[in-house]
Design a protein around this ligand. Structure first.
Ligand SMILES: Nc1ncnc2c1ncn2[C@@H]1O[C@H](COP(=O)(O)OP(=O)(O)OP(=O)(O)O)[C@@H](O)[C@H]1O
Length: 491
C-alpha cells in the first residue's frame, strides 16, 4: 500500500491513496473507492449543512472507460448503470500533488490493464448512421447514448450518415481498412449486411473482412447482431460493449443466385418467417412486434410454400448438435489465433472460392434431399438470436463453419405452431418433435411458386433458386466474451 508521501508506485501495488484519505483499490473485478475525507463543514447551500456525498463504492472494472492523470487531478470515467437498460458516463476526480503524480500514473496503467483485458483500447471507429433505420431515430440515439461512451473511452470516431440505400456498401468497399479498427452501424441489421457485402466486394475482401470488425448499435427493429454479440437491445450498453469488445471471427455464408453472389451474416428464410419479415415493412411503427403480428396473421391462413431442398448435412440429430455445441464452446483458446487468421487472410486476400459451385451447377453428390411439398418454414441461421427474445438457433456458434437449418412442415396444427412460437424464448422450442434441425455447410432451395419472399438477413432477394455455402470465420465482429451471448446456448 502506498502513502501520499510516496513518489513512486510499485507496479504491482493495487492500492493508491490520493487526496489525503481516499483509497482506490483495484480488485479482481472491481475498483473499490473508500473515501475517508471528512465532510466539509463549509459545504452549505441555502443555509443548510450538506451531508457528505456517498462516495464509498465499487465500480465494475468492465464499466471503467478511461482514467488519466492531469495537471493536478486523477480522473476516472466510468459507465454508471442508469435507468433499467442504460448506462451513463460519470466521472470521479481527486486532486493529486506533484509528488503523487508518478505513482498515480503507474496505478492508472494497472487500472486500465484490468479494465480492458484483451480488448483494444481507444478503438478507431467508423460510425455509419442510417437516418431511416428502425423508427428513424438512429441519429439522436447515437448522440445521446453512444457518443458520450466513445468519448469517455477516448475512441477516435468518424461519423458518417448514409445518404441512400446501398451507401454503406460503397463506404465499406472503399474504406481505408488500415485507418479503422471497427465499422459501427447505427441502424438495424440491414446496414451490417451492406457493410459485410461492401467489404466482400473488394479485391482484398478476405483481408478486409478479417481486419475490420463490424458492430451494431441497436437502432432497428430486430438488431440480431447486437443481441448475439452483446446480449442487449440498449444503445448505451452496446456502446460500452463495443469499447470493451473482443475481436471474434464469424462464419459468413455465400448466397448465389443465377450469376450473383452475396454474403449473409445472420439468416436465410423462405416461407412464413421471410413473409413476416418482408411483408410487414408497412408496420415499422410497431417495432419488433411487427414480426409476431405478421406470424399470427399468416398462421391463421395456414399457408404452405412448396419447394425442393437439398442440404449438405454435417450433423443431423439434436443430441449430436448439443454435443458439438458443448465441445466447441469449451475448447481451449488457441493463443495468437487472431494474428494467424490475419496472416492467412493477407496471404490470399481474395474472397474464398465456392466449394460447391453455384445454382447453375449439378447438385453435388451426398446432399440430403428434404421433402418440401408442404414446407411451412425454412429457416437457416448463422447466429442464435434474431431479435429480442427470439433465440431461434440456440446451437449456433460464431466460427464452427456450420449453419443451423430448421424446417417445419406447413401442415402442423395452428395450436402446435403457436406453442412452438411461445417456446422460442424458453429454448424448449429446440426439442419439440415437429422442429427438424440440422447443422449444415451448404444447401440449395428451389421455390415451386412464381411469387413469394426470400429473406437474407432481413433483405429481400429475387424469388428464385438460391444456394448457400458457409465460409468458416471469414468475417469479424466484436463480442463481449469472444462468443455469442452466453444465455443463447441450447438447454
Ligand atoms: N439515407 C438513406 N435513404 C434510404 N435508405 C437508406 C438510407 N441509408 C440506408 N438506407 C437503407 O436502409 C436499409 C437498412 O436499414 P437498417 O440497417 O436500419 O436495417 P433494417 O433491416 O431496415 O432494420 P430493421 O428491419 O431491423 O428495422 C438498407 O436497405 C439501406 O440501404
Amino acid at each position: 500500500m502506498s502513502s501520499p508521501e510516496d513518489s513512486s508506485q510499485d507496479p504491482h501495488d493495487t492500492t493508491l491513496t490520493v487526496d489525503e484519505s481516499v483509497t482506490l483499490t483495484i480488485g479482481a473485478d472491481s475498483l473499490l473507492i473508500l473515501d475517508n475525507r471528512p465532510a466539509k463543514a463549509d459545504r452549505r447551500c441555502c443555509g443548510l449543512l450538506q451531508s457528505k456525498p456517498e462516495t464509498n463504492h465499487a465500480i465494475s472494472l468492465y464499466n471503467i472507460l478511461g482514467a488519466e492523470v492531469t495537471a493536478s487531478n486523477l480522473v476516472i470515467a466510468y459507465a454508471q448503470p442508469a435507468a433499467k437498460d442504460d448506462v451513463s458516463v460519470t466521472t470521479v476526480q481527486y486532486s493529486i500533488s506533484e509528488k503523487e503524480k508518478k505513482a498515480a500514473e503507474t496505478w492508472v496503467q494497472q487500472l486500465l490493464d484490468g479494465a480492458y483485458g484483451k480488448a483494444l483500447r481507444g478503438k478507431r471507429l467508423k460510425v455509419l448512421v442510417n437516418p431511416f433505420g428502425g423508427k428513424g431515430t438512429a441519429a439522436s440515439l447515437y448522440q445521446r447514448y453512444a457518443a458520450p461512451v466513445f468519448a469517455a473511452a477516448k475512441c477516435q470516431v468518424d461519423v458518417q450518415t448514409t445518404e441512400y440505400g446501398g451507401h454503406a456498401i460503397n463506404i465499406a468497399e472503399n474504406l481505408d481498412i488500415d485507418a479503422y479498427d471497427a465499422l459501427v452501424c447505427c441502424s438495424g441489421d440491414g446496414l451490417p449486411y451492406e457493410v459485410f457485402n461492401g467489404l466482400g466486394k473488394r479485391p482484398d475482401a478476405r483481408k478486409a473482412l478479417a481486419q475490420t470488425a463490424v458492430a451494431l448499435l441497436p437502432c432497428g427493429s430486430g438488431n440480431g447482431l447486437t443481441w448475439n454479440a452483446f446480449g442487449t437491445g440498449s444503445v448505451s450498453i452496446a456502446a460500452l460493449a463495443i469499447v470493451k469488445g473482443l475481436r471474434t471471427p464469424l462464419d459468413l455464408v455465400s448466397i448465389s443466385q443465377k450469376d450473383s453472389r452475396t454474403l449473409s451474416f445472420l439468416s436465410q428464410s423462405f416461407g412464413i418467417v421471410a413473409e413476416c419479415d418482408l411483408a410487414t415493412e408497412n408496420l415499422r411503427w410497431m417495432g419488433a412486434q411487427r414480426f409476431t403480428y405478421g406470424f399470427l396473421v399468416r398462421l391463421m391462413r395456414q399457408t404452405i410454400w412448396p419447394c425442393d431442398i437439398a442440404i449438405k448435412v454435417e450433423i443431423g440429430d439434436k443430441e449430436g448438435i448439443k454435443e458439438h455445441y458443448a465441445a466447441w464452446s469449451t475448447r481451449p483458446e488457441e493463443p495468437d489465433a487472431d494474428s494467424k487468421r490475419l496472416e492467412v487472410a493477407a496471404e490470399s486476400p481474395g474472397l474464398p472460392e465456392l466449394k460447391y459451385g453455384t445454382v447453375t451447377d449439378e447438385l453435388p453428390q451426398g446432399w440430403e434431399v428434404v421433402p418440401g411439398e408442404t414446407m411451412g418454414n425454412f429457416y437457416a441461421g448463422n447466429m442464435a438470436i434474431m431479435s429480442k427474445d427470439t433465440n431461434m438457433f440456440p446451437a449456433t456458434l460464431p466460427d464452427d463453419g456450420l449453419m443451423d437449418v430448421i424446417t417445419i412442415d406447413g401442415t402442423v396444427s395452428r395450436g402446435t405452431a403457436i406453442t412452438m412460437m411461445n417456446e422460442i424464448p424458453s429454448g424448449r422450442f429446440f426439442d419439440m418433435p415437429d422442429l427438424n434441425i440440422r447443422k449444415a455447410s451448404a444447401f440449395r432451395l428451389v421455390p415451386h411458386q412464381k411469387e413469394g419472399y426470400i429473406s437474407i438477413d432481413g433483405e429481400r432477394i429475387p424469388f428464385e433458386t438460391f444456394q448457400a455455402e458457409v465460409h468458416q470465420g471469414l468475417g469479424t465482429i466484436l463480442t463481449k466474451s469472444g462468443r455469442f451471448y452466453e444465455a443463447a446456448g441450447p438447454r
